[in-house]
Design a binder for this molecule. Sequence first.
Ligand code: ADP
Ligand code: MG
Length: 367
Amino acid sequence: MNVKIENLTKVFPGRDRKSEGVTAVDEFTLDIPDGKLVCLLGPSGCGKSTLLYMISGLEHPTSGKIFFGEKDVTDIPPEKRGVGLVFQNYALYPHLTVRQIIKFPLENVKGEARLSKEDMEKRALEVAKLVQIDGLMDRKPGQMSGGQQQRVAIARALAKMPDVLLMDEPLSNLDARLRLHTREEIRRIQKETGITTIFVTHDQEEAMSISDMIVVMKDGILNQLGKPQEVYDDPVNLFVASFLGTPKINIFKGFVKNGGLYVGSDDKAEKILDVNGIDDRQVWIGIRPEGFEIAKDGKLTCSLKGVDVMGRDISVVCSHPADDEVIRAIISAENDVDRDAQTVRFNVKPHKTFIFDRETDERIRFS
Ligand code: ADP
Ligand code: MG
């Protein structure tokens, strides 16, 4: 089922007449293809949950429309939308067994769509197998680990064979190892079932690893939509460039003058690249950690603070007056770095270097 969102806006009213409302989701337009896993990614408070709840029907939009396939579902209640929901706080009924929990949504179906007792049992076992908890059917939530409980929650959401699966930070209550494992499981289940899935997370690494497409949002506004690698390699603005990637992209103050890109702001500024097609102006320069190359006569001179060994790579930690934060350059461990040196010099890779307008933070492309 493809999901289409058109100019979707949600304004929560202020507490009283004097206080302003909050625009949680702002004119969102998005087309989610059938059978894909799409992540809504952004910092806390950017409107991810609100957008997801509007898709589920739990929240009604202030304006705009939602389509499932050709059908306008904007005014259809949640139970009639054919969605499965998995929340961050998976509250499973403590006194029910796994079998009963999974069957619960099926028991609630009235009328013609109601399955027979045998078919309910069959279906429950089917989805339990899918999430690999079919050996735990008679346990209660208190007798299971967090990861197992979360799988029960996923099985329950899948039991009604939803057209669309919606997940709101489903892994945030799990410890680091289980989080990794469960996200691979979710990916596997999604691929096996082919259910269109919308997955909310604030964790860029999680989003990068799990999704077909990432929707990066900030303050209720869609900033960029694309395949994970595309968004990483080709960010549209400073926010997207900074939000994706660990270690973080390094941001320098700089300017463009006569076709040269300079780091710094005075006559001591260093020209690091030739850039064509950009008028003279003040910019932010973003350089990915993997965008540096150590060179004796390198164009960018930094103060060396330390070298972290990471096995295959090393992380050169340094500073520069044009960057307020510590700079991390990830380079191959085959490079010889003099750890006692005061300074380290780099050249930068053009395709790992991004230029942003100082005023608008928008990306400025160069050739
Ligand atoms: P996220 O899931 O990305 O953390 P939310 O969608 O929960 O963000 O919230 C987006 C914004 O809307 C926040 O500023 C939040 O405070 C506000 N908000 C969310 N729900 C309500 C509500 N029921 N009433 C008022 N404001 C809300
Ligand atoms: Mg949320």
